[in-house]
Design a protein around this ligand. Structure first.
Ligand SMILES: N[C@@H](CCC(=O)N[C@@H](CS)C(=O)NCC(=O)O)C(=O)O
Length: 229
């Protein structure tokens, strides 16, 4: 790769976890392209998309045309490639770098699967009534335990790493917006609510939300949008 900024294209879908690397890219502040995929219309499983990501998921980051998948890898790559953006605090030791990987993996591998159960319970049982009566309430209960832990961590906030904003905050913001958008009860989690207000005030986050709102309108006009419920 030359010294010039690499050509970047991110595959996104409104309300999805692709919001997290979009926030990272907006915080970096260099130009990047996005390509819209409607997860609501199952476009992530089209033959064309599966050639880019056989896992059938967003996000994918094309770096000079080569796909990088998985949020943890994408966010870690962006952090390493654009150190001036301070997407993660500079680690003071080798183990501190692994603590950061553990934090990103916690959101990717522990919290995100719970989000999927809360937000898309039909993925887990082929019975609409049971999915909303059993899968969602159970996952919501588990999510409340995890969010209580996150809320306690933010006592030393306002951010995940205290005074320093990081992409881990972007991850938490996506999780919180996604679950509260479908009615997750917020009252017991004042620190996360304050965190969300701070996130909403960041110019980069406002640009991300404006992009998503435009994408929602575009997908609606094509009959490819379904609001979260
Ligand atoms: N481990 C992946 C998870 C990606 C993922 O589950 N993306 C969801 C959107 S939030 C998706 O594409 N879902 C489509 C599907 O499961 O069919 C990552 O962190 O990038």
């Amino acid at each position: 790769m030359s010294d010039a900024a690499p050509e970047l294209k991110l595959f996104v879908s409104p309300n999805s976890c692709a919001r997290v690397p979009t926030i990272a890219l907006e915080e970096i502040g260099l130009p990047f392209e996005t390509e819209l995929v409607s997860v609501m219309a199952n476009q992530q499983n089209s033959p064309e998309y599966l050639k880019i990501n056989p896992k059938g998921k967003v996000p994918v980051l094309l770096i000079e045309g080569a796909p990088l998948t998985e949020n943890v890898a994408i966010l870690s790559w962006l952090n390493a490639t654009f150190p001036k953006a301070h997407l993660l605090p500079k680690p003071n030791s080798t183990i501190e770098a692994y603590y950061q990987t553990a934090d990103l993996s916690f959101f990717s591998a522990t919290v995100h699967p719970l989000v999927t159960r809360v937000a898309m319970p039909l993925k887990f049982i082929d019975d609409a009534e049971l999915s909303f009566e059993i899968v969602r309430p159970k996952a919501t209960k588990d999510m409340r335990v995890v969010m209580a832990m996150v809320n306690a961590r933010l006592e030393n906030g306002p951010w995940w790493y205290g005074d320093q904003w990081s992409v881990v905050d972007g991850y938490l913001f996506w999780v919180w917006s996604r679950i509260t958008g479908i009615g997750f009860e917020q009252d017991d989690f004042p620190n996360i609510r304050a965190h969300c207000d701070l996130m909403n005030a960041r110019p980069a986050v406002q640009r991300v939300l404006a992009r998503e709102a435009m994408n929602v309108e575009l997908l609606k006009s094509q009959g490819l949008y379904k609001a979260p419920h």
